[in-house]
Design a protein around this ligand. Sequence first.
Ligand SMILES: N[C@@H](CCC(=O)N[C@@H](CS)C(=O)NCC(=O)O)C(=O)O
Length: 208
Amino acid sequence: MFLIGQYDSPFVRRTAIALQLYGIPFEHKPWSTFGDAEQVAVYNPLRRVPTLVLDDGEALIESGAILDHLDELVGPERAMIARSGAERRRHLRITALATGLADKAVSLIYERVLRKEQLKLWVERCEAQISGVLGVLEEERAQVTAPYWLGDRIGHADIAVACALRFTGEAHPHLFDARYAALQAHAARCEALPPFQQIVQLLAPPSG
Ligand SMILES: N[C@@H](CCC(=O)N[C@@H](CS)C(=O)NCC(=O)O)C(=O)O
């Protein structure tokens, strides 16, 4: 199987880190969504990454859907999320906040590099959404005493948060800084793990 996308994408990165933590071998195609759009389109008409192409040629899109498949592959005992119930819902909520945060941080980058003139309304909206989510995540993480968000084992939510924080910090350093001590500590804990150190790429935004 091969994973399409560059590791400066928080979505590609969270997928690759999960693949590695699960011990699932994969080939990496670091195609750019802009520079290599036609190649990406062969597998995903949205021209988005991550796209995971399975050995039989089936192409999976959307990081959440890809991780859902990986969870199925490894089975419920090893899956990095509870199978059902309140714990699963809590896990999915944190993950949704983290991926939403990453979405807004990506939008803001596109606004900065792809437009001649930024739209103030959109920039302010994205910044408010990013700050709002960071504030809620900070408050909730500060209340967790376990090493990871939902206990002793790393989960998809932990990975999603760490990837979103790294991206936001690199792309918009004025938005994610020392104000968020619990989130900084969360990111540092995750980033110290071997898969996070191996699967990393300094942000290289598209140029307009
Ligand atoms: N919801 C998607 C978001 C993926 C996403 O936004 N990927 C970006 C790269 S960080 C992309 O492909 N951008 C190109 C585009 O949307 O046109 C997921 O979770 O996979």
